[in-house]
Write a protein that binds this ligand. Sequence first.
Ligand code: G3H
Ligand code: 13P
Ligand code: ZN
Length: 311
Amino acid sequence: MPLVTSTEMFKKAYNGGYAVGAFNVNNMEIVQGIVEAANELRSPVILQASAGARKYAQNAYLMHLVAAAVETTDIPIVMHLDHGADFATCKDCVDSGFTSVMIDYSGHPFEENVAESRRVAEYAHEHGVVVEAELGTLSGVEDDVKVADDKAQYTDPDQVEEFVKRTGVDSLAIAIGTSHGAYKFKPGQNPKLRLDILAEVSRRLPGFPIVLHGSSSVPQEYVKIINANGGALKDAIGIPEDQLREAAKGAVCKINIDSDLRLGMTAGIRKHFMEHPDHFDPRQYISDGRSNVKAIVTHKIINVLGSDGKA
Ligand code: G3H
Ligand code: 13P
Ligand code: ZN
C-alpha cells in the first residue's frame, strides 16, 4: 500500500474511539522499531519528521526510509511534517512527497496563525496533502525553541470554530496541559489534563479530528537506567497514560510521541554498554535501542492508543 493521508485513518479513529500514534523518526532504527511494532499489531501509524530530523538525516534519506517501511509492510502509513515553521517549509515537504504537514503558527497572533495556516491548507490541498494546525501553546522544548511554562496557554474553545472554518485545515492540535520534552511535571505533582477543554472543543467541532502533542509518559525504568550511568535526567515526569487513553476515546485522533522513543533508544544503548563495555560494533548496541523503540510503540498501541487491529 502506498503512503496514505490521514483522512480515512482519522474518520475511523474518531468513530472507533481510538487514536493513531504519531512517532518522530530520525534514523533507520527508529523507523524500523516503530513500523515493526505497528505491523505486528496491525495498527495504522504516522511517521513524523521535525525540522531537526530533516536537518540531521536529510529529507531524501528520511523519505527513502519511509518508502522502505511502505514497501515491506501493508499497514496504512502517513508521512507527516511535525511543527512546520512556515509556508516555505510546508511547501518543501508537500513537494517532496509528504502526505501530511503541520503548520505551527501557534506562537503568532490569531490573525497571523489564520493567514499562514490557510495559505498552507490551500497549497497542500491542491496537491492532495492534508494539514494540521495548532491553536494554544504548549510549554517545553522543540529544537531550539523553548516555551516557558508561564507563556504556555490552553486553547480557547471560543476560537476553534472560526479558526477551522477560516483556514480549512484538516485537524487541530490543542493545548490541554501536555508539554514537549522529558520534563513535563515535577515529582509529587498530580498531572491532570484539561479533558473539559477537550470536551468543549469537540462539542464545537463535531466529528473533527483533534491532535495532542507532548504526550510522552517518560517511563521511569528508562530514566533510571540513564541516570544510573552518569545521566542527568533528574525529576523527569510525563503524562499519565490513562488520561491519554480517555482522550483517545473521544475526539483525539492523533497522539504525538517522541521523548519516550529517545529515552528508550538511549536507555537501550546505555544498558548495553554497562553490560558489554568492550563492544564496538554499532549493530550490537543500536539494535538494543531499536528493541526498546519497538517495545514502547507496542505498549502505546495497546495501552494508550487502542489502534491495534485497526489497520
Ligand atoms: O515536538 C517536537 C519533537 O519532539 C521533535 O523534536 O525538534 O528536537 O526533532 P526535535
Ligand atoms: P513528547 O516530547 O512528549 O514526546 O512530544 C512529541 C511531540 O509533540 C512531537 O510533535
Ligand atoms: Zn509537538
